[in-house]
Design a protein around this ligand. Structure first.
Ligand SMILES: [Mg+2]
Length: 349
C-alpha cells in the first residue's frame, strides 16, 4: 500500500501551570493514510514544533512510499532520519519521527490483521508485571501492584531523611518482596547518590533512575560500581540507537529506559534492544505500560516490568485513547486486536 497523506495534530492537553517542559511540548498524534484505505495512528513527542516537523517537512518525504513489510518501516525510518539529519538526530525531531514510526507499525498491523506484537515476533509474555509511578501507595497496592517507583528531587540536606522516610513507608505498605525504585530526575549528584545508597540500603532499592544529566556518561560509569547492587537506570532523554551506543561504549548505565514515543518508535526500540543484548544490559522502556511501549515489552526480551502512571487514569478529560489496557491484579497486557489495538477519541481520529 502507498502512503497518500500524513498529518500530525497536537491535542489540547490540560495545562497544570507547573512550567515543566511537558506542558509545552507534550505528545502529538500522527495519522497516516494509504491508498488501501487503511489508516495508522502513532504517538510522538514535541508539541507544536514536533507537529511542524511532520506536517512541514517529513510528510513530503513519506507520501508515495510503499509500506508492505516490516523492512519497509525500517527503510522509511532511515530515510526520514537522513532527510532531517542536518537539523535533527536528537530531541524534538526524533520525538516527531517516533510518532510516524509508530503510525507505520499500526498501519501494517491493521493491513495484515495482526497486533503489533505479532509483527515483532509474537508474544513472549502473556502479561507484564506493572509498576506504579506516583499514585496513592495504599490504593496502588490495593490494585494489586507489587512494584512501585518513588519520585524524589534532592534540594537540601533535609531530603535525605525524606527519602528514607518514604522508603520506610513504601516497604511498610508493600512488604519486603515488592520492587522499590527511585527516580531522581537529574536532581542528585555523585555525593548525594552515595549517601542515598548508604541511607536507603536497608530498604533494598532496585534502581536509582536519571541520577545526573545524560551528558555525564563518564561520571555515571564511575558511579555504577559504587552504587551496586542498586542499578543505575536511565535513557528516557536519549534518542535512537546512536545515543545508546555511546551509553554502551561508556558503560554508563546498568539498565536502559528508552521512551518508545520519543527515542524513535518501535524501530529504534528494536535496534536499542539488539545493542543492549550484545552488552548484556536489561531494557525496561520508560512508560512501557502505555500501549506504544507495551507491545514491544510483551513481544521481546525486555524486562518483565512496565511503567504505568495510575494518577493519569483518574483524569478521563486528559486522555486521548478510548480503550487503553489498564492494570489488573498487578499486571497488564496488550490487546489482541490489529495494530496497537486502540481507538482514539473522535476529535483526534
Ligand atoms: Mg523517569
Amino acid at each position: 500500500m502507498k502512503i497518500t497523506d500524513v498529518k500530525a495534530v497536537y491535542p489540547a492537553w490540560k495545562r497544570k501551570g507547573t512550567g515543566a517542559w511537558q506542558e509545552y511540548f507534550w505528545q502529538i498524534v500522527v495519522r497516516i493514510e494509504t491508498d488501501a484505505g487503511v489508516v495508522g495512528y502513532g504517538y510522538g513527542g514535541g508539541g507544536e514544533p514536533g507537529k511542524l516537523i511532520v506536517n512541514g517537512h517529513l510528510r513530503d518525504a513519506l507520501v508515495g512510499r510503499t509500506i508492505g513489510h516490516v523492512d519497509d518501516i525500517r527503510d522509511t525510518w532511515d530515510h526520514l532520519y537522513f532527510k532531517s539529519l542536518p537539523y535533527g538526530r536528537n530531541g524534538i525531531v526524533i520525538m516527531a519521527l517516533s510518532g510516524i514510526d509508530l503510525a507505520l507499525w499500526d498501519l501494517l498491523g491493521k493491513a495484515e490483521g495482526k497486533p503489533v506484537y505479532e509483527l515483532i515476533g509474537g508474544l513472549k509474555k502473556e502479561t507484564v508485571r506493572a509498576y506504579a509511578t506516583g499514585g496513592d501507595p495504599v490504593r496502588v497496592r490495593d490494585r494489586g501492584y507489587t512494584a512501585v517507583k518513588c519520585s524524589h528531587q534532592w534540594r537540601t540536606d533535609a531530603d535525605y531523611e525524606k527519602a528514607a522516610a518514604l522508603a520506610a513507608r513504601i516497604r511498610g505498605i508493600f512488604g519486603r518482596d515488592a520492587l522499590l525504585m527511585f527516580d531522581c530526575y537529574m536532581s542528585w549528584d555523585a555525593e548525594v547518590a552515595l549517601r542515598m545508597r548508604e541511607l536507603l540500603g536497608e530498604y533494598e532499592p532496585y534502581w536509582f533512575e536519571d541520577l545526573i544529566t545524560p551528558d555525564h556518561l563518564d561520571e555515571l560509569a564511575g558511579l555504577r560500581p559504587r552504587l551496586a547492587p542498586v542499578l543505575l537506570a536511565g535513557g528516557e532523554h536519549d534518542f535512537s540507537h546512536h545515543a545508546f551506543g555511546a551509553i554502551a561504549r561508556a558503560g554508563a548505565l546498568d539498565l536502559w529506559q528508552p521512551d518508545i514515543t520519543w527515542c524513535g518508535g518501535i524501530t529504534a526500540g528494536l535496534r536499542i534492544l539488539e545493542l543492549a543484548r550484545s552488552h548484556d544490559i536489561p531494557v525496561c522502556p520508560h512508560r512501557g505500560g502505555e500501549i506504544w511501549g507495551l507491545h514491544l515489552v510483551a513481544a521481546t526480551d525486555c524486562l518483565d516490568l512496565a511503567e504505568t502512571h495510575p494518577d493519569r487514569w483518574n483524569d478521563p478529560e486528559d486522555t486521548i485513547l478510548l480503550d487503553e489496557p489498564v492494570v489488573s491484579g498487578g499486571v497488564i497486557a496488550p490487546p489482541d486486536r490489529p495494530g496497537f489495538g486502540v481507538a482514539l477519541k473522535p476529535e483526534y481520529a
